[in-house]
Design a protein around this ligand. Structure first.
Ligand code: TYD
Length: 132
C-alpha cells in the first residue's frame, strides 16, 4: 500500500485539475480504468483480493474509507481529497465503505478485467497468503 499525492492545479473560478500518468506517477502500465458513482452513504463494496492485479484508487468527489488487509496486518485509509491516491499491490484484501452520498471512486488497473483473478473468499485469501 502506498499513498501517492497527485498533481493538482487549482483555479478559483474554473475548478481544479488532477492528473497522473502511467509509469510516471504510478508504477504500472494502465490497461483499464473504471469508476463507481451514485452510491449512497453506508455502501460497502470490494470484499475481495486480486491475485495479480495492481490498482490505483482515488476519490475525486466525496469520502470513501478503504480497509486493507495483507493477511497479517489491517490498515485503514480515508480517501477524502482528489489529490490523494492509493496504490494497492497484488494479494491485498480490500473493503470499501462510502462515508458520504455520491462519493466517486476512480480506479486505474494494471490489467483487463478477469474474473479468475479475484479471490472472493476471505479464508481462501488467508490460506493463499500463507503459501505465497
Ligand atoms: P467488482 O469488482 O466485484 O466490484 P466491487 O468490488 O466494487 O463490488 O465488480 C462488480 C461486477 O462488475 C462484477 O460482476 C464484475 C463486473 N466488472 C466488470 O465486468 N468489469 C470491470 O472492469 C469491473 C471492475 C467489474
Amino acid at each position: 500500500m502506498k499513498i501517492i499525492k497527485l498533481k493538482y492545479l487549482d483555479h478559483q473560478d474554473t475548478g481544479s485539475l488532477v492528473f497522473f500518468e502511467s509509469l510516471k506517477d504510478i508504477p504500472f502500465e494502465i490497461k483499464r480504468i473504471y469508476s463507481i458513482q451514485g452510491a449512497k452513504k453506508g455502501t460497502h463494496r470490494g470484499k475481495h483480493a486480486h491475485k495479480n492485479l495492481k490498482q490505483f484508487l482515488f476519490c475525486p468527489y466525496g469520502k470513501i474509507q478503504v480497509l486493507l488487509d495483507d493477511g497479517y496486518k489491517k490498515t485503514e485509509i480515508i480517501l477524502d481529497h482528489p489529490q490523494k491516491g492509493l496504490l494497492i499491490e497484488t494479494m491485498i484484501w480490500r473493503e470499501l465503505v462510502w462515508l458520504e452520498d455520491h462519493s466517486v471512486l476512480c480506479v486505474a488497473a494494471s490489467d483487463y478485467y478477469d474474473a479468475e483473478d479475484y479471490i472472493r473468499d476471505y479464508e481462501e485469501f488467508k490460506q493463499t497468503r500463507k503459501i505465497r
